[in-house]
Design a protein around this ligand. Structure first.
Ligand code: AVJ
Length: 316
């Protein structure tokens, strides 16, 4: 969310010292337990985003492949276990006879699993490379490894929804300056839709999302040296707001008891809400505007009311 190069501790501290709307960085949601819980979220009946995206990727795999210039290197941001990207990659492999791929992720165990998944999919092991690290640093390394190639940067999972508009624009610009012009971005973005459907997707009956959000708060506080007790956690109430002005789902924890961390100058009042995660939902216009402001135009898009996949090309 545009926190730049500040350390996670500093980000948490600044977010919680704020007077008006306290917040924590959503990157903290994906520690080991958080990743496990997110995995469970993707299996929830109400949580449509994962399934819809997978379904659409399968449906359009061939066309997506055709929109990627021949012999591009496909670079995936946050590849995880490549569970979804393999759909497109295996289409590239069978249509073009070769698929060159670089996965970027902070987790080395994910990278190993991704590699074996892709080999299983029939991708030539010699064409698979992995870079362990953060997105931008990883992209710079990839450009150094492939100075003259077209890079197709794949960013799945609607992670763009975690950014504010300004954050997303900055992110696209950063990609552009990390890799230069011979690049395109292929990403998925969730579309703005029916209020009730959105609410249900983020406020599931089993309460898995609630655990996920509470885990993020626990991680944030632990960075400040505070160990959360079960009793404290019970006093946090999970609240979901579908904000139709900013077109995003907001996930909050409401503190029903005040919390003071004097060493860090933090005072969360009784009844105060802390914003833990936002999930932006786009209209076609929203996304066009965003891409244009970042210096990209949308080359091809596959869109329905549930999901939008878009291929972006930088202006020359
Ligand atoms: C991984 C960012 C796509 O916003 O839908 C799911 C994360 N948070 N349930 C989303 C999430 C709560 C998810 N993304």
């Amino acid at each position: 969310m545009g926190h730049g190069s500040k350390s996670p501790q500093v980000q948490v501290m600044e977010g919680l010292q704020r007077g008006l709307q306290k917040e924590i960085p959503c990157s903290l949601l994906y520690d080991d337990r958080g990743s496990e819980l997110y995995e469970k979220i993707t299996e929830l009946e109400e949580y449509y985003p994962f399934r819809v995206e997978e379904y659409r990727l399968k449906e359009h795999a061939r066309e997506i492949c055709e929109a990627i210039p021949e012999d591009s290197v496909i670079v995936e941001l946050g590849c995880g276990t490549a569970r979804k990207s393999r759909i497109v990659l295996s289409a590239v492999q069978s249509l073009r006879g070769r698929c060159r791929y670089v996965g970027i992720d902070v987790s080395s165990s994910f990278l190993q699993e991704a590699r074996s998944n892709l080999v299983e999919e029939g991708i030539d092991p010699e064409c698979i490379e992995m870079v362990e690290g953060e997105y931008m640093q990883g992209l710079k390394e990839v450009r150094a490894m492939h100075p003259d190639e077209n890079l197709c940067i794949m960013w799945l999972g609607s992670s763009v929804g975690n950014f504010t508009d300004e954050g997303a624009i900055q992110f696209f610009r950063d990609i552009h300056s990390a890799v230069g012009t011979r690049c395109q971005i292929f990403l998925c973005a969730d579309m703005w839709k029916d209020n009730a459907k959105l609410y249900a997707a983020y406020h599931d009956k089993k309460g898995v999302t609630e655990l996920f959000i509470k885990n993020g708060m626990r991680v944030a506080l632990s960075l400040l040296g505070h160990t959360t007790t079960a009793a404290e956690e019970e006093k946090w109430i999970y609240e979901v707001v579908v904000n139709d002005v900013l077109r995003r789902v907001e996930m909050y924890l409401k503190f029903t008891e005040e919390m003071v961390l004097p060493d860090h100058n933090i005072h969360i009042m009784r009844g105060e809400r802390v914003l833990v995660e936002v999930s932006r939902k786009f209209t076609c216009d929203d996304f066009n505007r965003l891409a244009n402001e970042a210096g990209f135009h949308i080359d091809v898009a596959w869109r329905d009311s549930m999901w939008g996949m878009q291929m972006l090309i930088p202006f020359r």
